[in-house]
Design a binder for this molecule. Structure first.
Ligand SMILES: NC(=O)c1ccc[n+]([C@@H]2O[C@H](COP(=O)([O-])OP(=O)(O)OC[C@H]3O[C@@H](n4cnc5c(N)ncnc54)[C@H](O)[C@@H]3O)[C@@H](O)[C@H]2O)c1
Ligand SMILES: O=C(O)CC[C@@H](O)C(=O)O
Length: 527
């Protein structure tokens, strides 16, 4: 039974799903060293934002197949390191959208009406109504920075509260923004005009310290900022300084550059102008069930050999597309494996030619499957859909894609040509009845063979007696032939022979085959 380590608090709904297929160990609050010491025993790791999955943890996770982040941000996972190791990283892109959006809205209203400090004051025995006169959000301008899933929901609710909306998101069309009731503007204008600024964008090198002393100085003294996205998008020292000098009116933060927030952070000593919550955006009962279920189902699927629906490091390969294209991916992988073994040596380029209906489909999964097949003989199970592209790039394999939508003979066909240090080989194949693989051509010699586990290919001169000689030679080594086919372009010209054999060829026999008069070359392939 596979083993799953859950290293952050996860809703029981997720643990129940994992327990159907795996032994589940829950061990939270592990230090990075403790995690690295035990991770080698596990096939999967499930985390929230508390666990840091570093390169060292990934290196130690020799059996790891999947890392599941029960939430959106995967910034606590070294995704490039996982990708290089072929480990799938999945998240739950939508499970906590509403929770995070509602937290941002709650922060905005709490900040406007001094709710946290008013609450503390009443509990401390006071009754001071004058001290907590707030402001309304109605008819105020909200600037949404990042109009993705969470930003869009915030905008929708804020509109219903009667707010005017500005938005900045370089990857969203003005049309989309308009549908949400937002005017898409440049960031400097948003900073200048907004009464409230809410951040809903990822932290990237471009967005780090997006809000800093200089940008804070351009805001109105009545501006209030809400950050329920990621720490580090705001320069915290500059923010604390701006708040204490009344450069802006308030800030409500859920996320911090360092988490947990350090005891000496200047943010902790701010008065009623600041509300601080300990990364609670996703902390609702509903969101925790959603993300735990979502991610546990993906871990279960990957452990069962099925695709994950929200893998962040399999670019462009959506689970539904993979499922739909599965027969073509099997065709591409088989042909890739075949051409890789025929070419042998170091591969310099792979030409992926898609013909007919296949040429109208998304080529990316087909190319990745072909590369996986091409590299699988050398890398065995170390290569998969996650790292096939990277492994190919690291080996300097140049990939060329060609598409021709004309239907020629078969409705769809795929041809792979590998050029390597030992020469060039090509194979073509089709799917019969939508799922049965047929190899239809090798090095431009027409054949029609189903791929089998062990195969022998010869390139020879088409002449009487040659097939019999190969048959007798294999017989003398006790090799049983399951099927045999010859492909030739002209009578008595060059030809290929394809034999399916029951077992791998014994040592030395390939040399004997190449000595048979008329045989130019011989290759053995195991799929
Ligand atoms: N506080 C929490 O507990 C919590 C919970 C969930 C998500 N989050 C965080 O909230 C953020 C938004 O999540 P989401 O699910 O809406 O993501 P999303 O991917 O749906 O939206 C992010 C948006 O940011 C935009 N963006 C990217 N770079 C930008 C830039 N330089 N300037 C402006 N916009 C930019 C993208 O185009 C996208 O529309 C993420 O950082 C996520 O990690 C926090
Ligand atoms: O795990 C959490 O509670 C935080 C989640 C949130 O930051 C996210 O990115 O989804």
């Amino acid at each position: 039974m596979p083993k799953v380590l859950v290293s952050d608090p996860i809703d029981q709904a997720g643990i129940d799903i994992l327990s159907q297929v795996a032994q589940v160990d829950v061990q939270t609050k592990l230090s990075p060293d403790e995690l690295a010491n035990i991770i080698g025993d596990y096939d999967a790791l499930m985390i929230r934002s508390g666990t840091k999955v570093t390169q060292a943890v990934i290196d130690a996770g020799q059996n790891l197949k999947i890392i599941g982040r029960a939430g959106v941000g995967v910034d606590n996972v070294d995704v490039p390191a996982a990708t290089r190791r072929g480990i799938v990283v999945v998240n739950s892109p939508e499970g906590n959208t509403i929770a995070a959006a509602e937290h941002a809205l709650a922060m905005m209203l709490s900040l406007s009406r001094y709710i946290p400090v008013a609450d503390q004051s009443v509990k401390a025995g006071e009754w001071n109504r004058k001290a907590f006169t707030g402001v309304e959000v109605y008819k105020k301008t909200l600037g949404v920075v990042g109009l993705g899933k969470i930003g869009s929901h915030v905008a929708t609710v804020a509109r219903a509260l009667g707010m005017k909306l500005l938005a900045y998101d370089p990857f969203i069309s003005a049309d989309r923004a308009e549908k949400l009731g937002c005017r898409l503007v440049e960031l400097d204008l948003l900073f200048r005009e907004a009464d409230y600024i809410t951040l809903h964008l990822p932290k990237t090198p471009e967005t780090a310290n997006l809000i800093n002393a200089k940008t804070l100085a351009t805001m109105k003294p009545t501006t209030r900022i809400i950050n329920c996205a990621r720490g580090g998008i705001i320069d915290e020292v500059a923010l604390a300084d701006a708040l204490s000098k009344d450069v802006i009116a308030g800030a409500a933060l859920d996320v911090y550059a360092e988490e947990p927030l350090g005891p000496d952070s200047p943010l902790r000593s701010l008065d009623r102008k600041a509300i601080l919550t300990p990364h609670l955006g996703a902390s609702t009962e509903e969101a925790q069930i959603n993300v735990a279920t979502d991610v546990a189902e993906q871990i279960r699927d990957v452990l069962l050999g099925l695709p994950a629906k929200s893998a962040v490091n399999i670019p462009g390969l959506r689970a539904d597309v993979m499922e739909q294209m599965r027969p073509y991916l099997q065709l591409a992988e088989t042909l890739g494996n075949l051409v890789g073994q025929l070419a042998g040596g170091r591969i310099e380029s792979l030409n992926v030619q898609m013909q007919g209906e296949l040429a109208q489909k998304d080529s990316q999964p087909v190319v990745i499957a072909a590369l996986k097949g091409l590299l699988s003989h050398a890398l065995q199970e170390r290569v998969n859909y996650v790292n096939a592209n990277i492994e190919a790039k690291e080996r300097g394999i140049h990939v060329i894609e060609t598409r021709d939508t004309d239907v020629k003979g078969y409705t769809s066909s795929l041809r792979l040509t590998a050029v390597g240090s030992l020469g060039e080989h090509s194979v073509s194949g089709v799917l019969l009845g939508g799922s049965e693989i047929r190899v239809t051509d090798i090095d431009e010699f027409p054949i029609n063979v189903p791929p089998t586990k062990h195969m022998l290919f010869t390139l020879h001169r088409d002449m009487p007696g040659i097939i019999g000689k190969i048959g007798s030679l294999l017989g003398s080594f006790n090799v049983n032939i399951a099927s045999m086919q010859v492909g030739r372009k002209i009578v008595r010209g060059d030809a290929v022979m394809v034999l399916s054999i029951d077992d791998p060829l014994p040592e030395g026999i390939l040399d004997e085959i190449t000595k048979v008069p008329g045989i130019r070359d011989a290759y053995t392939v195991s799929l």
